[in-house]
Design a binder for this molecule. Structure first.
Ligand code: BG6
Length: 492
């Protein structure tokens, strides 16, 4: 790891919503691992803030239990005790200015002078504005001298374009954009960052990374899990808001963007916004043709789901990017719950050879598969002559697996990287206001058509399948098919 970019001042992290699931499951195991690797600032304290009436001791015990359950690495109790000594908790409400004043006083006393602050909103988005407002009203966002104030906002960022614009407006009242870190945990995944390295740390891919050589791109984020005790939340958002507006469109931007001038936050995010702006927005007629929405069978019988819910748990969308690099190349995106496998992968399908000198052969086009999870790696499929035949070809794979190349458990939790970046002030892997809004402007017309016109009809699919038959039709109409089974098979 390069030198850490800290300014030498003590740093306090304040987690709002600290008694919730995210803190126990992801934030603390990630922060502890950063501490273990000596990557947290030298003087670093964490204050949890929430409605549950914990004492410091109860909060630590709650998080310790979480570590035992969720940390995917071994840790020693001695080291935990060292870390836990700097964990504190404050009971408070989000709409109470007095509680925020109490927070301000407690922090000032604990810091005893100039210090940096990272405020983490592990909260539902409707609480962001009031929390920021109260932080501002109690002068807790003010930067002076060398210290900094940063705010991390969890997803979902809004529920549509209008609410995202409004939310940006609200938080911008008290914060500059460079103080805001909007999280999309997919960007913290090693394999997602590796998309950029595959493309731009090598010379062999870039010359063919365009409409002249690439037939189409498939991005799949399939999940085996269902609602996981989040029925109420999920039923109010559905798959497009939960997965497409953020994770899937982010993956698309990394595959499709132009090489940025640097790895810096502005350069990188400018290129991502350019791609999003070049995606063709859809009219209602186009939504009917380019999208599929599905709901798994018996979703409506799940606890907490309305008997007439039309919330989609599956979607497939064909996007086009209207620029010189990608004109005419479809990007097929799909995601769903309760599917056959957990699989996040990007398939770059190349064009067929223009002509063949091997008659009678079915030559399969080359395919580059980025396996983002599980069994992380990159595979390149190409044709080889089958030995002891005259002219038969077979598809073979060149494979890179993270486990083989870097060792088992080489991949840290996505939050670890993102928390470290937020502490160091690197916003490259966080989404900017205009990026979030541009992404919503692509999702909004789909949502509106689905809701207002009920087109295309809500398809049904069997839990454990690869989604509704309509999703196959979407590609079949283009003479293509989802390459999931094929990609998985070549792995075996
Ligand atoms: C979250 C969604 O953002 O991402 C969940 O809200 C989804 O519904 C999760 O399950 C998937 O993340 P991962 O890292 O398991 O692919």
């Amino acid at each position: 790891m390069n030198n850490l970019l800290y300014n030498g001042l003590p740093t306090t992290m304040i987690i709002f919503g600290a008694s919730g699931d995210l803190t126990q499951r992801k934030l603390i195991p990630s922060l502890f691992n950063l501490f273990h690797k000596r990557r947290t600032p030298k003087q670093f304290k964490i204050f949890g803030y929430g409605g549950t009436p914990y004492t410091d001791e109860q909060f630590r015990e709650h998080l310790y239990q979480g570590m035992k359950q969720f940390a995917d690495y071994e840790f020693s109790d001695d080291e935990w005790n060292l870390f836990a000594a700097d964990l504190h908790y404050l009971v408070g409400k989000y709409a109470e200015k007095d509680d925020f004043q109490k927070l301000a006083d407690t922090l000032a006393q604990s810091e005893g002078g100039a210090a940096n602050r990272l405020y983490y909103m592990a909260l539902p988005p409707m609480l962001f504005p009031v929390t920021v407002e109260n932080l501002d009203a109690t002068h807790q966002l003010h930067e002076s001298g060398n210290n900094w104030r940063r705010v991390v906002l969890e997803k979902p960022f809004g529920t549509d374009l209008a609410s995202a614009v409004e939310l940006n407006k609200q938080v911008h009242k008290a914060l500059n954009e460079n103080q805001i870190y909007r999280i999309d945990h997919y960007l913290g995944k090693e394999t997602v960052q590796n998309i950029l390295f595959t493309r731009f740390a090598n010379t062999i891919f870039e010359p063919i990374w365009n409409r002249n050589y690439i037939d189409h791109v498939q991005i799949t984020v399939s999940e085996k899990v269902g609602l996981e005790h989040r029925a109420k939340f999920y039923d109010s958002v559905g798959v497009l808001r939960d997965m497409f507006q953020n994770h899937l469109l982010q993956l698309l931007t990394l595959v499709a963007m132009e090489p940025p001038a640097s790895f810096g936050a502005s350069a990188l995010r400018n290129e991502k916004v350019k791609v999003l702006s070049a995606i063709r927005p859809m009219s209602p007629e186009q939504v009917a043709v380019h999208t599929v929405r599905g709901q798994y069978k018996d979703y409506r019988k799940e606890e907490g789901i309305a008997a007439n819910s039309t919330t989609p748990t599956y979607a497939a969308v064909r996007f086009y990017i209207d620029n010189w690099r990608w004109e005419g190349v479809p990007f097929y995106l799909r995601s769903g719950k309760n599917l056959a496998e957990k699989q996040t992968q990007i398939i770059i399908q190349f064009k067929e050879p223009p002509t063949t000198m091997f008659p009678m052969q079915t030559i399969r086009p080359n395919m580059l598969v980025l396996y983002l999870q599980p069994d992380e790696g990159v595979h390149l499929r190409f044709e080889a002559k089958a030995p002891d035949t005259v002219n038969e070809t077979r598809s073979v794979d060149m494979e890179f697996h993270y486990d083989d190349a870097f060792g088992k458990s080489s991949i840290p939790e996505a939050y670890e990287r993102l928390l470290l970046d937020a502490l160091q002030g690197d916003a490259s892997l966080f989404t900017r206001a205009d990026e979030v809004e541009t992404a919503w402007s692509l999702i909004d017309p789909i949502l509106q058509t689905w809701d207002a016109h009920q087109t295309p009809p809500l398809a049904s699919y069997k839990p454990g399948s690869w989604g509704p038959p309509e999703s196959y039709d979407l590609l079949a109409r283009d003479g293509r098919r989802w390459l999931d089974e094929e990609a998985s098979a070549s792995d075996k």
